[in-house]
Design a protein around this ligand. Structure first.
Ligand SMILES: [Zn+2]
Length: 103
């Protein structure tokens, strides 16, 4: 008998696949993309798993919804002492900030 993989690992894979699919679908079918993103969040909370670091930028910190630049997000650079990427969510207006490096 094959050793069963821990459910958490399966859940992490499902969350990753759902988010990837939601991002790629968001350009053509925003309704299904939104549903998939919501489902991914449900699985994430149920199994207490983290989203892949490369995919966290596709989640809005304000409304926890899908955030895709060019679809429902506006990306702006802020030049101060540090360069900041500001991603504004079109759904809730939350500004997701990310510091990209000191100059
Ligand atoms: Zn939002």
């Amino acid at each position: 008998m094959k050793p069963r993989r821990p459910p958490k690992e399966d859940a992490a894979t499902v969350v990753r696949l759902l988010t990837e699919s939601a991002v790629s679908l968001s350009h053509t079918d925003p309704v299904i993309a939104r549903e998939q993103a919501a489902l991914a969040r449900k699985v994430k909370l149920r199994f207490n798993v983290r989203l892949d670091p490369s995919l966290t930028r596709f989640t809005c910190r304000g409304c926890k919804g899908l955030l895709v630049p060019g679809v429902n997000a506006r990306v702006r650079l802020g030049h101060g002492k540090v360069t900041i990427i500001r991603v504004t969510c079109a759904d809730c207006g939350h500004v997701n900030r990310k510091v990209v490096g000191k100059t």
